[in-house]
Design a binder for this molecule. Structure first.
Ligand code: F3S
Length: 397
């Protein structure tokens, strides 16, 4: 790889050990993927924050980097294993809380903003069109590449941290024009509305892309989509298809920048949506847990929930997972009080997937196809997908 003088100095240790280690990680990655050079990144988002995923080995690596490492660009974190303020009410044990706090403290020591969210673009870590970034959370990577038109590969925990400590990433993959073309034309011939339905659509497209061995769909037939619907779609298509970039005609900013694919075409109609939805509802599921906010709920979704829960009482464990800054806006707007009066709980900076709740509930109801996938695979729950309105109905009946 071609390195400039500053990058060479980093590699030689002139900026300290953590920066040197970071540059070693990045040059190794660049060599593997044939990158010709490094590029500057404007922001970083780091995943692998939950102590469930980190363990002691991960924590040791973080502490080593925190000895002399300091971030050079705006950096935020993916959800942690618990809400640092509300963990006791959410049933998290003391030992786990202690270890999770050790991890967050190591990140803080490096100058990372310790807001833990999978929707950094909703809370100020928000690149603009064409900017290079290094993000790790799959749904956020898909959103930034596709909906914002920023450029990032899907980073692992160590490579994202290395990008934060150097302000650099190797220039390959989705940073380059030639790797951003649509590969499969998807025609949607059914009305799609709501976060749950966009999640179902993401599952269908994701599954199909895996079969085809392709990654970048060009989707037609969607007349409009909200931020919330797109974030749900991104989470789902990234989970089921490993997709980090899609184009949606008349909706995403790069849809007409590259040639429209024409060789591989597949169509989705109402019947496909109905079948996929049934696949996201387990037989004999008994719901004792409802969770909204995968990816993390926007203030708009929280306002809607306050409206739906006003004057009602929930009869099941009900979490609203969101970023702490969004929760603070909800507090000021009075939404939090309405929601908490109903018995529902905020789980800020964490989520129903990364929290250590494996086996704690029998069945989870969500509006997210991604949460269905991990609810089954990771936490061993039975699952049911539904709209936000249906989730509230289930929780209050
Ligand atoms: Fe975010 Fe957790 Fe879903 S990290 S995308 S809320 S699984």
């Amino acid at each position: 790889m071609r390195l400039d003088q500053e990058e060479k100095d980093m590699l030689e240790g002139k900026y300290g050990k953590a920066t040197q280690k970071s540059m070693e990680i990045l040059t190794t990655l660049g060599d593997i993927f044939d990158a010709e050079s490094m590029i500057d990144v404007h922001g970083v988002q780091i995943a692998g924050v939950s102590y469930v995923n980190l363990g002691e080995a991960g924590l040791e690596f973080l502490n080593e980097m925190a000895e002399d490492g300091k971030v050079r660009v705006l950096t935020t974190l993916n959800p942690a294993g618990m809400d640092r303020e509300n963990w006791q009410a959410l049933g998290i044990d003391k030992e786990f809380a202690k270890n999770q706090n050790r991890a967050i403290d190591a990140f803080a020591k490096m100058g990372i903003i310790t807001t833990c969210s999978c929707t950094p673009y909703l809370i100020g870590n928000n690149p603009h069109y064409g900017q290079h970034i290094a993000w790790a959370e799959s749904s956020a990577v898909c959103y930034s590449n596709s909906v914002i038109g920023a450029r990032t590969n899907r980073e692992g925990g160590p490579s994202a941290l290395a990008a934060a400590l150097t302000g650099k990433t190797p220039n390959y993959g989705y940073h380059l024009d030639q790797n951003r073309h649509g590969q499969v034309l998807v025609k949607v011939n059914a009305p799609i509305k709501g976060t749950d339905e966009f999640g179902v659509l993401g599952k269908i497209i994701g599954d199909k892309l895996v079969d085809l061995g392709k990654k970048i769909p060009y989707i037609t037939g969607i007349p409009s989509a909200t931020v919330e619907e797109l974030k749900s779609f991104c989470a789902s298509v990234a989970t089921y298809g490993g997709t980090a970039l899609f184009h949606m005609e008349d909706i995403t900013p790069e849809y007409d920048k590259y040639p429209r694919p024409s060789e591989i075409v597949f169509k989705i109609d109402q019947n496909d949506l109905d079948i996929a939805r049934v696949e996201l509802i387990d037989k004999d599921v008994e719901i004792d847990f409802v969770s909204i906010g995968c990816p993390h709920a926007s203030i708009h979704e929280i306002a809607n929930l306050a409206n739906l829960l006003k004057g009602k009482k929930v009869k099941k464990e009900f979490w609203i997972t969101t970023a702490r800054p969004t929760k603070k806006i909800a507090d000021e707007a009075g939404y939090s009080k309405i929601i908490e009066d109903s018995g529902a709980k905020f789980a800020a900076d964490t989520c129903c997937v990364v929290a250590p709740i494996k086996g704690r509930f029998k069945g989870i109801m969500v509006d997210s196809a991604k949460a269905c996938y991990y609810g089954r695979a990771k936490n061993k729950f039975k699952v049911k997908i539904g709209s936000i309105e249906e989730c509230v109905e289930e929780a209050t009946k």
